[in-house]
Design a protein around this ligand. Structure first.
Ligand SMILES: Nc1ncnc2c1ncn2[C@@H]1O[C@H](COP(=O)(O)OP(=O)(O)O)[C@@H](O)[C@H]1O
Ligand SMILES: [Mg+2]
Length: 435
């Protein structure tokens, strides 16, 4: 899949997901409103039934008849009627009706005069204002002609209750939406990881081809020369070509070994020959060799071997490879004349070795990645240096296998400093040696 297709897929899926989220949101919102309306209707039915029951009382009580017949000015008659309603009876009416309607929520109610907003009877302590503004208010129906008296009921927990009855749907919707978003993110993340991996692989193959092609073609040219008969009359030239073939072959072997080493590191089945090793002695040899190499570009290597204690337990050839890799990088990533400093110092636990260059340096955002396998900083056209991106991976793996660590400081354009730490004694748990 190319970048464009991936991008379009992401946009389409994101839009679709947003659509699902919005639809779901409105659906839930609607469902809550419907549930609220349904509850309102039930309450309204209950309230009507109570009012009906109240009006049927008029058949029994002459006061009610009077009440219903009274004009609006007969305030005393009205309140006489209302006060004559037994609060316990009213209460039991509400209880029975709402029980029949299967409403088991807490409620407050009261009968009040509309003009003065004063409560005459009911269970309303502390909720008077709320009952007055409640959605459930009915005029006492027998006196429709003059509606001064009303009955109101309030369910203070109605919004909470409605929400609670929808809780399961809301939680499930949110859960499934989150799962979908999470899976989507995971798929995209894996896709990019795969893509990066395949790019890295393509890079690796390109680099490898390049690294192998040069010695192979050199060997091919040199051996062609050796096949010419005239060459045997000139032993000096013969020797020169033989040397070229030998050197290039060594280089090739070195490259193959590097690639193989990664496979071995990956499998984790490398074996160490752990011996006591004089770091300074090994370093001197390596530095001397390195000086010869960078002399070709007029480079210099400074050594400041200051460690008081420089004997450690390590695998000599891996230790040397680690230093070779760091010095090779210091040379490769120096523009112009390489200037490299190798320093050592020690503390109670072990020895520190730093390799510092004045090369191209690295931006801080790259530093955390350079130790990853196949990772190379994209340098564009500025600095076209070939490599496999496995050197630092190898260095880190080996140093850590010795119980040590590696740190890097770098400033783009100014240079880089890699600092290794090796403990004097390799931790017993790290020893995986063939002795
Ligand atoms: N001394 C250095 N100065 C600048 N960049 C460096 C240095 N050492 C390593 N790097 C960066 O880290 C990357 C990884 O290094 P390494 O694993 O040795 O792979 P390689 O040298 O084959 O590219 C390099 O591609 C380079 O971008
Ligand atoms: Mg390297």
């Amino acid at each position: 899949m190319n970048r464009r297709t991936i991008l379009i897929t992401i946009i389409v899926t994101t839009l679709a997901l947003m659509g699902v989220v919005i639809t779901q949101f409105f659906w839930v919102k609607n469902a809550i409103a419907l549930r609220g309306e349904q509850f309102d209707q039930t309450v309204s039915i209950g309230l009507k039934r109570v009012v009906n029951q109240l009006t049927t009382l008029q058949n029994d009580t002459s006061i009610i008849r009077n009440f219903c017949a009274a004009t609006s000015s007969d305030i005393s008659l009205h309140s006489q009627f209302i006060h004559s309603i037994d609060p316990a009876l009213l209460d039991s009416m509400f209880k029975t009706e709402f029980r029949n309607l299967q409403v088991d929520q807490e409620y407050y109610y009261g009968i009040f005069g509309e003009t003065e907003n004063a409560f005459l009877t009911g269970r309303f302590k502390g909720f008077e204002d709320k009952i007055l503004t409640s959605d459930h208010i009915l005029a006492i129906s027998c006196i429709f002609q003059h509606d001064q008296y009303k009955i109101g009921i309030l369910f203070p927990n109605q919004p909470k209750f409605v929400l609670r009855s929808m809780q399961l749907y809301i939680v499930l919707s949110a859960f499934f939406i989150l799962v979908t978003i999470g899976s989507f993110w995971f798929v995209i993340h894996s896709l990019f990881k795969q893509k990066k991996l395949s790019e890295i692989k393509a890079d690796f193959v390109n680099n490898m081809t390049h690294e192998f092609k040069t010695p192979i073609s050199t060997i091919s040219v040199a051996s062609e020369m050796l096949m010419k008969e005239t060459i045997y009359e000139n032993p000096e030239k013969l020797l020169k070509y033989a040397h070229i073939i030998y050197d290039e072959n060594a280089r090739l072997k070195n490259q193959v070994e590097k690639v193989l080493q990664v496979a071995i590191l990956d499998r984790g089945d490398y074996k160490f020959r752990i011996r006591e090793l004089d770091v300074h002695e090994v370093l001197r040899g390596i530095i001397e060799n390195f000086q010869m190499i960078i002399s070709k570009t007029d480079g210099t290597v400074f050594s400041r071997l200051n460690a008081a204690n420089h004997i450690i337990e390590a695998d000599r050839s891996h230790f040397a490879n680690v230093l070779h890799n760091l010095l090779d990088n210091a040379d490769k990533y120096s523009q112009g004349v390489p200037e490299v400093t190798v320093s050592t110092w020690s503390n109670l636990a072990g020895i520190f070795i730093s390799v510092e260059d004045k090369g191209i340096g690295m931006a801080s955002e790259h530093l955390q990645h350079i130790f990853k396998k196949f990772h190379r900083i994209p340098t564009g056209n500025v600095h076209d240096v070939k490599g496999f991106g496995i050197g630092l991976f190898y260095v880190k793996t080996i140093v850590e296998a010795h119980g040590g660590n590696i740190k890097v400081n770098s400033d783009p354009g100014k240079g880089s400093k890699f600092t290794l730490f090796f403990p004097y004694k390799m931790p017993a748990s790290n020893i995986n040696s063939e002795n």
